[in-house]
Design a protein around this ligand. Structure first.
Ligand code: 5GP
Length: 187
């Protein structure tokens, strides 16, 4: 049985986890897709709950066995991927899948499941003022300013490809917006 997919992405990570947790609480039919990663486990994380922590060898074997719905080298040398088995596990429970993946992962899932996927882009509150601030900060070396602007521009370019954009200026408002959009989609 195939269900729906909701993908949450926030370029800078601000507020994304809180919003995802809130959605999981609010909608009992949603279940979180636990990704596999080669990133080392942080002390507050649990294997199998936050991520499946695996080494690079295993990650590449799983790529070869076609076990991923999508995967990315999100940071240099650090791999993250959505396991097909997670999506199927959740669908088989009669539930819908919630993902926390990067921009490219969101695009890949939308492409793979175009009819069933809602992509949410959580925009950090600083984005609108980011360029101005960066330009005004004369103390930064020009090279660094250029690098930051290029990264911000790259992130912003993806906004248009998402089904919904939530500006996280006020976390409560952002959570309410997310609940409304997800509620409509699940109905
Ligand atoms: P973190 O290391 O902070 O947990 O995650 C780093 C980034 O990797 C976040 O933007 C997160 O959304 C993304 N990410 C986590 N799991 C996956 C995945 O399975 N696929 C992709 N493409 N990105 C992921």
């Amino acid at each position: 049985m195939q269900g729906k997919l909701i993908v949450i992405t926030a370029p800078s990570g601000a507020g994304k986890t809180t919003i995802a947790r809130q959605l999981l609480q609010k909608f009992p039919s949603l279940s979180f897709s636990v990704s596999a990663t080669t990133r080392p486990k942080r002390p507050d994380e649990e294997d199998g709950k936050d991520y499946f922590f695996i080494d690079q060898k295993e990650f590449h074997e799983r790529i070869k066995r076609d076990e991923f719905a999508e995967w990315e080298e999100v940071y240099h040398g650090l791999f993250y991927g959505t396991l097909k088995s997670e999506i199927n596990r959740i669908w088989n429970e009669g539930k819908q899948v919630l993902f926390d993946v990067d921009v490219k992962g969101a695009m890949a899932l939308k492409k793979r499941y175009p009819q069933q996927t809602l992509t949410l882009f959580i925009k950090p509150p600083s984005v609108e003022t980011l360029f101005n601030r960066l330009h005004q900060r004369a103390s930064d070396p020009p090279e660094k300013i250029r690098e930051r602007i290029a990264k911000a521009e790259q992130e912003l370019m993806f906004e248009q490809f998402f089904d919904a954009v939530i500006v996280n200026e006020d976390l409560n408002k952002a959570m309410q917006d997310a609940e409304t959009i997800v509620g409509d989609f699940l109905r």
